[in-house]
Design a protein around this ligand. Sequence first.
Ligand SMILES: [Zn+2]
Length: 359
Amino acid sequence: MVAPRMKAILIRAPGEYGLVELETPACPAGGLLLQVLACGLCGGDLRTLRHGHHRVTLPFVVGQEISGVVVETGAQYSGPWQRGELLSVAPLVYCGVCEFCVEGRFELCSGYREIAQVWPGGFAEYVAIPAEAVHRGTIRRIPAGLDPVVATVAEPLSSCIHAQETGSVGLGDTVAVLGAGPVGCLHLLLARARGATTVIIADVSAERLQLCTQFHPDHMINIAQVDLVEEVRRITGGRGADVVITANPAPESQVQALEIARKGGRVLLFGGLPADRCRPGLNTNLIHYNALHVMGTTIFAPRHHGRALQLLASGRIPGDKLVTHRFPLSAFADGVKEATEGRALKVVFTNHVERSCRA
Ligand SMILES: [Zn+2]
């Protein structure tokens, strides 16, 4: 049933990647072999394709937003999923032994490893899921009725849920999202689902803002044309936003986030900065005198992944609209081009699989 060789996107060196044939991975002892149904392309993948990654040893296969069907279970396998089941696999594999894991706060795990960094990822026809991931990873059944392509959005959505939970985004809030890429759009949709009444979204790219209009933000600000700080003050009657979320890698965005938050407001530093630009010169007097709560979050816990899948399955977060482009793996370069040139929100690569499994 499982073909001995498979197609995969192999990164040979930074900037040098393409479709190749590889040996299909063996099903790991205690683990699973999945046939990949869909794998989303994220900003992290784009960076690794171009520049490599300090945790990735090339040649390597990346792709970390995976939907797949179980085609094999390994020797001594003791997990809950069986052949034919559709799974959503997020890449995080928690260490299980650090003080945070022991307390159940997996989102703070200090020793986590990732599929698509330590183990090969999902831009392939098959992906091996190691025993560690079966027991301490982020794997869930895809809820009935949820398209596996749309289920790939669960991974970035999980991070957004963690951030907005930390920042207590809620009823009546005015939320400013800086960045209108796929993650910014997810923050917009999630803030509204959590009860925010006004969502402002800002970006330097007219194309990204245009793509975002389908989610009907209350206000859109093109930062290339108008002053962000003045515009947010105008919209909020001089008060500022209750919550500001930075959903982009620009240092200036963090500087401005402090300026557009209301007194006592919350600033969620969601997007990380490039290592050589991570000291952006924040005016910390704004934090002090305006009593701001500045919070950082990264990764997420299994509970966030579960909620993400429920939100997508229920339609409360319209993941189908976020996935603007679907390509077969053989058209990988086209997908990368659409994402890089800003014409796509979410690009997902799919494998056409003949299935006779329980869906
Ligand atoms: Zn841990």
